[in-house]
Design a protein around this ligand. Structure first.
Ligand SMILES: Nc1nc2c(c(=O)[nH]1)N[C@H]1C(S)=C(S)[C@@H](COP(=O)(O)OP(=O)(O)OC[C@H]3O[C@@H](n4cnc5c(N)ncnc54)[C@H](O)[C@@H]3O)O[C@H]1N2
Ligand code: MOO
Length: 341
């Protein structure tokens, strides 16, 4: 470390903590080791009695932790994601630009963390993230880091893509078909349709058609096909999803010619959920539990569907890991293990 006159130290990196004591007012660290000295700091340093200070010298091939954190932020944040500036002690926060579906490339994240000297911690992806919520943090561990480390990160990103992205939800034109003869005949009031509508509206969907039909395969089939003809971009059918004689919904969805991605999901609640595509349009068959429970397989899949992602069988298979809801007294979903697969 070299000694410089405080007056000449602007832009240089402080090599040690500097403590200030003002009797009756303050005692503590006024400037931390690693701080880049600003014009406005000079007065305070002189007031503390520091006419000379130790300066941390960076070699040609080294970066200060804050500069490195800035470079990393620019490399790792993709569309819809930004980071907090200025960095604080080599750390930045990763934040969403808007509400959407959070995507995190686990593969690239692991590659970067394996390099050493860089700590990149995140929440889980494939969930809704709201504006202002924290996605993660990135910290450069030593006070200075070799530039080659940042170049290594750049190589990984160029080859495999950014780590973070937030996909905007699409205002899908949605139809809700409530099945159940007991509801159709007015023996009970529909409680399922409103639950589904509320969940779709949270994503900005446009619910353009709602209907109640009896447990009749042909009627359910024709209603689904009519919704498609009317331009539905998402069709949700509720009830009649299990194995009773009056449970006609899975067969009716199949008979429309839809490709069934999965009938059943390894999620509790949500074991009897069906997901299909009818000419490219996503179709859900929702079991009774979606009406009853706060969070189910529907809440895990819906954000991805609303962001326009194509769901394959394996996506649903993988939902078993983290697929048991603990029905906590105060539900914190999606800030819990449920649906993190
Ligand atoms: N033998 C088996 N039985 C059941 C299984 C199983 O694997 N084997 N799975 C259970 C699971 S898990 C679920 S979830 C439910 C699925 O139920 P369904 O989707 O078939 O629901 P329904 O039989 O149509 O209705 C159940 C219950 O909810 C009431 N309901 C339905 N729709 C409405 C509505 N729009 N408004 C108000 N109430 C509604 C309905 O009247 C029934 O009381 O199956 C288990 N069984
Ligand atoms: O589809 Mo049911 O959850 O397992 O209630």
């Amino acid at each position: 470390m070299k000694v410089v006159r405080t007056d000449d130290s602007v832009g240089m990196v402080l090599g040690h903590d500097i403590t200030e004591i003002v009797p009756g007012e303050f005692k503590g660290v006024a400037f931390k080791k690693g701080h880049v000295i600003q014009e406005e700091d000079i007065k305070r340093l002189l007031r503390i009695g520091k006419e000379h200070i130790y300066i941390f010298e960076l070699k040609e091939n080294e970066l200060h932790e804050d500069e490195a954190a800035l470079a990393l932020g620019n490399l790792i944040c993709g569309r819809g994601v930004h980071f907090s500036t200025p960095p604080r002690e080599g750390k930045i926060n990763i934040l969403p630009d808007y509400k959407g579906l959070l995507k995190i490339s686990r593969d690239v994240l692991d590659d970067v963390n394996e390099l050493g000297d860089i700590c990149l911690a995140t929440i889980h992806g494939n969930r809704t993230i709201n504006e202002g919520e924290l996605i993660g943090g990135c910290r450069v561990i030593p006070l200075k880091i070799n530039k080659t480390k940042i170049e290594d990160v750049e190589k990984i990103i160029v080859e495999k893509g950014k780590i973070f992205e937030v996909k905007k939800f699409k205002a899908l034109k949605s139809a809700i078909i409530v099945t159940g003869s007991e509801v159709y005949k007015g023996r009970i009031t529909d409680k399922f349709g409103p639950v589904v509508e509320r969940k779709l509206l949270e994503f900005g969907a446009e619910v353009f058609y709602k209907t109640i039909v009896p447990d009749d395969s042909d009627i359910i089939k024709e209603t689904i096909l009519k919704c498609k003809e009317m331009g539905a971009e998402l069709i949700v059918v509720t009830g009649g999803m299990s194995v009773d004689p009056d449970d006609k919904t899975p067969g009716a969805i199949k008979s429309t010619g839809a490709d069934i991605v999965s009938y059943g999901s390894p999620v509790l609640p949500g074991a009897m959920l069906l997901f299909a595509y009818l000419g490219g349009i996503p179709v859900f068959g929702l079991p009774g539990c979606v009406m009853f429970s706060a969070t189910t397989a529907f809440d895990i899949l819906l954000p991805r569907v609303m962001a326009g992602e194509i769901i394959v069988k394996r996506d649903i298979t993988r939902m078993g890991y983290g697929g048991q809801c603990l029905k906590c007294q105060v539900c914190t979903f999606p800030n819990c293990h449920f649906g993190k697969y």
